[in-house]
Write a protein that binds this ligand. Structure first.
Ligand code: EPZ
Length: 429
């Protein structure tokens, strides 16, 4: 398992290019199962989860080809036939977002066999609402030997209300409804930008979806979908992570290829905490926007509660906690989305942070001097938090199990090195 060795204490200075959003690319890849034609996705992030999803689609029988940065990180997918609409346990256990193939497979082929994702470090994360929604659209769903078996001659549009707002649940049902007979209305749908991006792709493929990005999404089913080309939106969580990296190291970064509108809650909270961010001249005029960040004052404590979009994202909670260790005062963090998303707090405490966790609340007292230590990553965003803390700590840190971070960040050590971080990957066989 690879590790990172980081020597902290250096402010980060320079420009970083932000990649495409992993959580937009994954549903977009699943959407390719809805048509026999070719779907071309650009600005695909080269992260582990994308490789896993590609392996899953290839195993099912789809053709795929991935071009490098010079060709726009372009992924072409074509699911002419899917002889075996199964998502096996070996792949699903690596990445629970594999469940996103469920809706497309049932909608197009009338059958799907998808391993239940099981638990995850940050919470139980059931998929009951995905299944309840498919049943509402007429699918017969059963659980056999740890697999979801879903069958339907043809899904039928209906109204479905989500008891809990779920991002991938909304995406799964939007894709299933795209080929259903009649109109589907999804109520209490998730509002994330990744939902709007998926709807934009589906509509390019010939779907008829309105209301994506609002709590009520209307999908008028069509009989067939065509191929399409689509640019994946920038990754708002990678953007937020690098804004926090500039702040925690007392540096100054300019982030290229970002969409500032997708992280207004993060920018507002960082401003409250003393981080000045503003639009910057994009590298190539007329290109995607740029955002620059630096500490405008000593870090200030600021409370934060994670919420569904457009609130402060749960995927930025761990990164914010690392920053809060350097703030003057006590910051109260409340995690409302997942029940066990404070695993990083214990590791930050080993570096000297003063954090008290009580259920869904964590109180971070600062500023505390962080010292480098051997720490262990537990999940994707927790590992990002440990990297941020190590960059600010005195001395050397070694972070173990960085495969977690590779799931959602593309060669983060290269991007950090280019702006002055002393970080190296230690690959262990
Ligand atoms: C998506 O996960 C993201 N993953 C997560 O990002 C993100 O943390 C999460 O949304 C919340 O924003 C992808 O988009 C691939 P949910 P998802 O369904 O869809 C409960 C990362 O770091 N729930 O919105 O799995 C669930 O337990 C990852 O990239 C049900 O009860 O999350 C949770 O408490 C981590 N029943 C809440 O809803 C269901 O059927 C939100 O979960 C579905 C969800």
């Amino acid at each position: 398992m690879d590790k990172f060795r980081i020597e902290g204490g250096r402010p980060l200075e320079g420009r970083v290019t932000i990649g495409g959003a992993k959580n937009a690319a994954l549903p977009a890849m699943a959407a390719a199962l809805l048509t026999a034609k070719r779907v071309v996705l650009r600005n695909i992030p080269r992260v582990r989860d994308i490789i896993t999803m590609r392996s899953l689609l290839d195993e099912m029988g789809a053709d795929s080809s991935l071009k490098g940065e010079k060709q726009g990180n372009r992924l072409a997918l074509q699911a002419r036939k899917i002889p075996d609409p199964t998502a096996p346990y070996e792949l699903v256990k690596q990445m629970r977002a594999s469940v996103l193939v469920l809706g497309p497979l049932v909608a197009r082929f009338g059958h799907a066999r998808v391993s239940l994702p099981g638990g995850c470090a940050i919470g139980a994360r059931p998929i009951n609402l995905h299944l309840k929604g498919l049943e509402r659209l007429g699918a017969k769903v059963s659980i056999e030997h740890g697999y979801v078996e879903a069958r339907a001659d043809r899904l039928k549009g209906d109204v479905f209300h989500f008891d809990t707002i779920t991002v991938t649940g909304t995406e799964n049902l939007m894709m299933a409804a795209a080929l259903a007979d009649g109109v589907t209305v999804l109520e209490n749908a998730a509002l994330e930008p990744e939902i709007e991006d998926l709807a934009a792709l589906l509509n390019k493929m010939g779907a008829d979806i309105t209301g994506a990005g609002t709590p009520t999404i209307r999908i008028r089913g069509v009989s067939r979908l065509e191929g399409a080309e689509h640019n994946i939106i920038p990754d708002r969580i990678e953007t937020g992570t690098f804004l926090a990296a500039a702040a925690i190291t007392g540096g100054h970064l300019i982030l290229d290829c970002v969409e500032p509108r997708h992280l207004t809650a993060v920018v507002a909270k960082l401003a409250e905490a003393g981080v000045e961010t503003r639009a910057a001249a994009a590298r190539n005029t007329g290109g995607p926007e740029a955002l620059e960040a630096k500490m405008s004052s000593p870090g200030r404590a600021a409370d934060v509660t994670t919420q569904e979009y457009p609130g402060f994202p749960t995927d930025m909670q761990a990164q914010y906690m690392a920053l809060a260790t350097q703030a003057h005062g006590s910051s109260v963090i409340t995690e409302t989305i997942f029940e066990n998303r404070y695993l990083h707090a214990l590791e930050l405490a080993r570096m000297g942070a003063d954090i008290t966790v009580d259920g869904r609340r964590a109180v971070v007292r600062g500023p505390t001097r962080l010292s480098g230590a051997n720490v262990q990553a537990s999940d994707l965003r927790a590992s990002a938090s440990l990297v941020l803390a190590a960059l600010a700590a005195d001395g050397e840190s070694v972070i173990d199990r960085v495969y977690h971070i590779d799931r959602g960040y593309e060669r983060i050590e290269d991007k950090l090195k280019r702006v002055g971080a002393r970080i190296e990957r230690i690959s262990e066989v």
